[in-house]
Design a protein around this ligand. Structure first.
Ligand code: DGT
Ligand code: MG
Ligand code: MG
Ligand code: MG
Ligand code: MG
Length: 241
């Protein structure tokens, strides 16, 4: 980039100081994705190959930056949650504050509603022979249950059978169950996890980092709105591992 015509992007770079021990969420949204998806004839409304490519990119970024705890992608966007230092975030009991930061519940629900709308809209066009105006008109003011019904009785599609990746998005995270063979999930969790005043020595911090670097990545298409997703994977909400 240096000394090329793209050097001007340097002028957009600025440094920001982050509060220590806080979660930071970076939201990355594809620019002009609508145009891109038209140009490369992506499947509508969801193109598995394109979404898998985004998941692969998110995984690569997480491998490169071990501070990132997890990444969540839906449509043309990804959110990556990182802790701004390795010190623990002192949320003991509830996953909720962090979760709300990560992706507001209403925002996530909006994504789900969006996908149901898009799925029905494109089915009306592709299977129902409608044009855009007719499909829009048909869907105007309909509830989720009505869209499900249109899909089921008019278009012979069961929304339940649509791919989980399309309905739920993708969460990318390190799974210590797979990577630390011989260790149980509890055993591989850091000893100081959930403690009031965690103090990690330099060596401990290096060990934690090493563990992150070596861990295997998992991609799941599951409902991250549920508390139990976070309860079962407590390391995602801690500054450790
Ligand atoms: P922006 O973000 O303001 O630069 O504009 P866009 O065009 O990226 O629009 P945005 O981010 O509001 O909405 C995402 C667009 O990408 C939307 O038009 C639907 C489209 N899109 C996302 N995933 C897929 C896919 O898998 N297949 C197709 N065909 N389109 C997709
Ligand atoms: Mg976009
Ligand atoms: Mg936009
Ligand atoms: Mg590197
Ligand atoms: Mg978007």
């Amino acid at each position: 980039m240096a000394k090329s015509k793209y050097e001007y992007v340097k002028t957009f770079e600025s440094s920001t100081t982050l509060l220590p021990n806080t979660f930071m969420v970076v939201r990355i949204d594809g620019r002009g994705f609508h145009k891109l998806s038209a140009k490369y004839r992506f499947e509508k409304p969801n193109d598995r190959q394109a979404l898998e490519l985004m998941n692969a990119a998110a995984t690569a970024v997480m491998k490169e930056l071990p501070d990132i705890n997890c990444a969540y992608g839906i449509s043309d966007e990804f959110r990556q949650a990182a802790v701004s230092s390795y010190a623990i975030v002192r949320w003991k009991s509830s996953a909720l504050p962090v979760f709300l930061n990560f992706a507001g519940l209403h925002e996530l629900e909006a994504s789900h509603i969006n996908n149901l709308y898009n799925t029905t809209f494109w089915a009306l066009r592709q299977k129902g022979g409608m044009d855009a105006t007719q499909a829009e008109e048909r869907l105007k003011g309909t509830l989720a249950s009505e869209k499900n019904e249109i899909l089921f009785s008019e278009l012979k599609m069961n929304y339940k059978n649509e791919a989980e990746m399309f309905k739920k998005g993708s969460i990318v995270y390190r799974d210590y169950d797979n990577s630390s063979s011989g260790f149980s999930r509890e055993a591989s969790a850091p000893a100081v996890f959930n403690s009031e005043k965690p103090k990690l020595s330099k060596t401990q911090k290096e060990e934690e980092r090493d563990r992150r670097v070596k861990a295997s990545m998992t991609i799941e298409n599951t409902d991250i709105i549920r508390d139990d997703f976070w309860d079962q994977r407590p390391w995602l909400l801690s500054g450790h591992l």
